[in-house]
Ligand binder design. Structure first.
Ligand code: FMN
Length: 427
């Protein structure tokens, strides 16, 4: 991480979560309510467990703000765990009067066995507590600050679910969708509607799916898994619109925007695969089919040449440019550098490891075969993972904007950004 950095602390059933955010410029307006809205979005989603009914995440901004504006100092955020009142004895930081029962049957697919061995512990409880995705509430809070900053550049970030278990679909915004995949005989004025995701519909959907028929099937699949004591994974897509050309670089491996984004998304608990743009599908195409043709940006654009992701974002970003990409299979990044199109990232989420019908494991006390540990758990977290990915993508893009445009206060940063935009395409 470069200028914009953050760390988190906190156990799942500890007193609370903390994010320490560093590197944000002074002069950005920010309210706790803005962060709370993002926290609420993370808590929603069909398939979450009963924990989410207990918690109603609210942030307290401890430092780094004065009168609603950032002041350039580190921003400390606190999210109390309401469930702490039921766990204070189990998670006491001081030696307790009586110790809680130890957990000794590791869950296959969780951090339990590797964690308890690595840290030389006899009890799996500390591993459960920190490997838990409860920590991602702190990331979403930090990401909300990044999102607020990116708004100043006209950058917006959305996510939606494209698969849960076997139920999947290819939305028109996907980089895989080419002109020939779009409905035939669609009137020109309906085309934009058809290739745009309706984000309001996504926000209203319990599984964050833009297609109501697919949504019903996803919900049924989650119900079925739950009834069988099982869990389900899936795929989410996260899209950033309005991203300027030139973020990141090809000059070093660790300056590549795609490598930073994939690390950030892969760091989300239970994410097992990440692709940018058409990703793995590109491997099957010929070069002539795979790349995004560069063409003059002279409206009206031919119906055959819409970028596969949001047209609005791409054309707004490129207003001062005289070129555009005919498609967006690269997902907005070429040579580790943003190319002015929407950044499109997809990730595969595995089914979570805590099963109501537990898998076989061993008891680490005796070495005997035993059922894996079970405690209340989510059944499907794909919609929530998408919201967390929005935060992680926002953090990477905010850092990339600060690296490119610099500055210690928002006015300075935005002046640099506008100068850069004016310079594009000029001698
Ligand atoms: C939003 C969210 C909620 C999660 N909830 C649970 C849960 O309730 N039970 C569980 O076993 N895993 C849950 N996970 C996944 C685990 O945190 C994750 O599988 C574990 O930390 C091991 O890491 P790995 O899967 O990345 O290898 C959740 C993940 C996310 C993104």
């Amino acid at each position: 991480m470069g200028q914009f950095r953050f760390l988190t602390a906190g156990e799942s059933h500890g007193k609370g979560l903390i994010a320490l955010v560093e590197g944000m410029v002074a002069g950005l307006s920010l309210e706790a309510e803005y962060i709370n809205k993002e926290l609420k979005r993370r808590q929603q989603g069909y398939g979450r467990g009963p924990r989410m009914e207990i918690e109603e995440d609210k942030v307290e901004i401890i430092s780094g703000l004065r009168y609603g504006l950032t002041i350039g100092s580190p921003i400390a955020l606190l999210i109390p765990n309401r469930d702490w009142q039921n766990w204070w004895e189990v998670m006491s930081t001081a030696p307790p009067e009586r110790q809680a029962e130890t957990v000794t049957c590791p869950r296959p697919g969780h951090a339990d066995l590797a964690g308890v061995t690595k840290y030389g512990l006899k009890d799996i409880r500390p591993i459960i507590e920190r490997a838990s995705a409860r920590e991602t509430a702190a990331r979403v809070a930090a990401g909300a600050i990044a999102k607020r900053f990116l708004e100043e550049f006209g950058i917006a970030i959305h996510s939606h679910t494209t698969a849960i278990g076997h139920v999947s679909y290819e939305p028109f915004t996907s980089c895989h969708s080419e002109a020939e995949k779009r409905p035939k005989n669609l009137a020109q004025d309906k085309l934009h509607e058809a290739i745009s995701i309706n984000w309001q519909q996504v926000e209203a959907s319990p599984v964050r799916c833009a297609d109501s028929e697919v949504e019903k099937k996803m919900i049924a699949a989650i119900d079925e898994a739950k009834a069988n004591g099982d869990t389900l994974g899936g795929i989410f897509e996260v899209i950033a619109t309005g991203v300027p050309i030139g973020l990141g670089s090809y000059v070093h491996w660790d300056r590549r925007l795609d490598s930073k984004i994939t690390q950030a998304i892969m760091s989300i608990n239970a994410v097992k695969g990440v692709e940018i743009g058409s990703g793995f599908a590109l491997a099957k195409l010929r070069g002539s089919e795979a790349h995004d043709v560069i063409e003059p940006n002279s409206p009206p654009v031919s119906a055959e040449h819409f970028p596969s992701s949001s047209l609005q974002g791409a054309s707004a970003t490129n207003q001062s440019l005289s070129w555009r990409h005919a498609t967006n299979r690269a997902g907005g990044i070429e040579g580790g550098t943003s190319n002015g199109e929407d950044i499109v990232v997809r990730a595969a989420v595995k089914p979570i490891a805590t099963l109501a019908n537990p898998l076989p494991s061993i008891d680490l006390r005796s070495g005997e075969i035993a059922k894996a540990h079970y405690e209340r758990s989510d059944v499907c977290v794909v919609p929530a993972a998408g919201v967390i990915a929005e935060a992680m993508l926002a953090i990477v893009l905010a850092d990339a904007c600060l690296e490119k445009f610099g500055g210690d206060n928002l006015k300075e940063t935005l002046a640099n950004y506008h100068n850069y935009q004016l310079s594009i395409g000029k001698d």
